[in-house]
Design a protein around this ligand. Structure first.
Ligand SMILES: Nc1ncnc2c1ncn2[C@@H]1O[C@H](COP(=O)(O)OP(=O)(O)OP(=O)(O)O)[C@@H](O)[C@H]1O
Ligand SMILES: [Mg+2]
Length: 288
């Protein structure tokens, strides 16, 4: 039997000279807001990269540009070989406001199935994908329920199941666990890493939680305050196998947390380059 989480392989995602200026309020009122100054980075095929930065830095703006939901003012986002001009095929997005992203008049199973219909997946395969991904997120027994009958954490798992069933090449997530309790959050973090490993997909995960970014990521992109630039691209040398207790107790984890925490503090104070960020705990391995 084929699993819904066969290797589908990831795609390369390149952000090149991206700039985004919101053009103020309606009818010419309100000043323009420069959210993204100039961002250039690459996410390799099958890589899991986390993005952190101060509140209002431009993280959601970046994700929306990457998802083709928002046009760039300058620069481009390239998926594989093609510049993104609208929501591309093969990409799934999980937003923070999952409550609004599920259709209340559809059951959990119908919500998960909808994008598969749109993708043209055959009926039998759709049923299989829905059943198996709901089981994978521990919601096999509520397939026939409606979203509003579920807790916040369960609704978020539906949104994740929907994204996973779609078998995307690229998965973008914007603070997807912000509204769930700590225990569920740990479970969902492990679920994301499991799906990521099994599908071999490219994942970009935005979070304000530094520990979460380090626990999940192969790299953590630390953004400056608005208008945002990359303050540092931090390698996470924690290996492939992560465990909520062991990994978080690791000396390397503590070292990375201190470093990223300091970077974000410096970003809040206005640092826009590493030279401007006065770190009191420079990172040993990188500077050695
Ligand atoms: N539609 C919009 N029109 C005008 N300005 C906007 C719009 N959306 C966001 N902004 C502004 O752009 C800046 C970046 O916002 P964005 O939501 O991308 O930040 P963020 O890093 O996701 O913040 P948070 O961590 O709080 O989610 C903010 O100053 C915000 O007020
Ligand atoms: Mg945001």
């Amino acid at each position: 039997m084929t699993s819904p989480v066969d290797q589908v392989g990831g795609a390369r995602l390149s952000v090149r000279g991206l700039r985004k200026v919101y053009s103020g309020g309606g009818a010419g009122r309100g000043a323009p807001v420069e959210a993204i100054a100039d961002l250039t980075f690459e996410v390799r095929p099958g890589e899991l990269v986390c993005v952190v930065g101060p509140s209002g830095a431009g993280k959601t703006t970046l994700l929306r540009c990457m998802a083709g939901l928002l046009p760039a003012t300058a620069g481009e986002v390239v998926l594989g070989e093609s510049a993104i001009t609208g929501p591309p095929e093969g990409m799934a997005v999980v937003l923070q406001e999952y409550g609004r992203s599920l259709f209340p008049w559809m059951t959990v199973a119908q919500n998960v199935e909808l994008p598969l219909r749109e993708k043209g997946v055959a009926k039998a395969r759709r049923a299989e994908l829905v059943r198996e991904t709901l089981a994978a997120v521990g919601l096999g027994d509520v397939a026939g329920s409606y979203p509003w009958q579920l807790s916040g954490g369960m609704q978020q798992r539906v949104a994740i199941a929907r994204a996973a069933a779609y078998e995307p090449q690229v998965l973008l997530m914007d603070e997807p666990f912000a509204a769930v309790d700590a225990q569920t959050r740990f479970d969902l973090e492990d679920l994301v890493r499991t799906l990521w490993k099994r599908l071999g997909i490219t994942v970009v995960f935005v979070t304000h939680d530094i520990d979460e970014a380090i626990y999940l990521g192969e790299r953590v992109l630390v953004l400056s305050a608005r208008p945002t630039v990359v303050l540092e691209d931090v390698e996470v040398g924690l290996g492939q196998d992560r465990d909520q207790l062991e990994t978080r107790g690791d000396a390397e984890f503590a070292r990375l947390r201190t470093h990223v925490y300091e970077l974000v503090q410096q970003a809040k104070k206005g640092a826009r380059t590493l030279a401007e960020a006065h770190l009191t705990h420079p990172v040993g391995a990188r500077d050695a």
